[in-house]
Design a protein around this ligand. Structure first.
Ligand SMILES: C[S@@+](CC[C@H](N)C(=O)[O-])C[C@H]1O[C@@H](n2cnc3c(N)ncnc32)[C@H](O)[C@@H]1O
Length: 257
């Protein structure tokens, strides 16, 4: 199990961090504030890829907290040893943090995966100070997530003994529209500030060579037919538009003063 986890996160680091870094960077113009120290939460910080990025947007005396439900990911985030930064184990659906504590709440690629997005948003509202700002980013609608579609198509076509894996991206698009995000966040009490969508290009240099090293899928490459299916997918992709990309919707919000 531990090995599986380790391999899984190393895959994430190699193939997903180049994209999630861009997600964090896209938020900078909307969240940055250098005038005075702030208290900032990276909600669902994972391995901590966003922590050093976020830190650059704020006054150097700001306090940054990363929270995640996965202790092994947090251990990696903690090992970054960033100044004025702590990482805390926690569930975004039920945070053990006081009300009105953070000036900024930043969540990248979380609402696409959690069981109850409205609960996460309600907790975000609770822990943000009046006048504070929250930012969420989620996958754009399926048709603009070529990279995700590729994984889904692979799952559909591949010869899998464990059929459960075929639906493991099932919730990925549960918040994938401005309308849904605006509705969920206004129900929680947030004021809408801004929403935009960006198409992020996957630039992992050895992306093709490392095709889908995701351990949940890798064992299926033991079947040569699945390798052929993957090669066919890449060939299809080359005929369309390259390189693979994935769209994200970003929303920023304010807690009324
Ligand atoms: C797709 S990763 C995103 C990580 C990081 N924000 C990034 O953009 O690279 C999703 C993260 O959310 C965490 N997560 C999922 N459900 C959670 C929950 N209920 N509470 C806290 N963290 C959660 C996972 O452990 C994982 O680190």
């Amino acid at each position: 199990m531990a090995t599986q986890f380790k391999v899984s996160w190393s895959w994430y680091e190699k193939h997903v961090h180049p994209i999630t870094s861009l997600c964090y960077e896209a938020f900078e113009p909307y969240l940055q504030f250098k005038d005075e120290p702030l208290t900032i939460l990276d909600a669902g910080c994972g391995l901590g890829v966003g922590l050093p990025i976020i830190q650059k947007w704020f006054h150097s005396d700001s306090r940054l907290v990363g929270v995640d439900i996965d202790p092994k990911a947090l251990a990696v985030a903690a090992s970054l040893n960033l100044p004025n930064t702590s990482v805390v184990l926690g569930n975004l659906q039920q945070l053990e943090m006081p009300d009105s504590h953070f000036d900024r709440y930043i969540s990248c690629s979380i609402l696409s995966w959690v069981a109850d997005p409205s609960r996460v948003i309600a907790e975000a509202f609770r822990v943000v100070k009046p006048g504070g700002v929250a930012g969420f980013c989620v996958f754009a609608p399926r048709e603009r997530c070529q990279w995700m579609n590729m994984q889904s198509t692979f799952r559909e076509r591949a010869i899998m003994e464990d059929q459960g894996l075929k639906s493991s991206n099932a919730n990925a698009f549960q918040c994938s529209s401005e309308e849904i995000l605006r509705s969920l966040t206004s129900q929680a009490g947030f004021e809408f500030v801004h929403c935009f969508e960006q198409q992020l290009v996957i630039r992992t240099p050895d992306y093709e060579a490392g095709t889908f090293e995701n351990p949940s899928l890798s064992k299926f490459f033991e079947n040569p037919r699945n390798v052929e299916i993957m090669n066919e997918l890449f060939a299809e992709l080359r005929q369309k538009s390259e390189p693979p990309s994935v769209g994200f919707i970003f929303i920023t919000l304010k807690k009324p003063s």
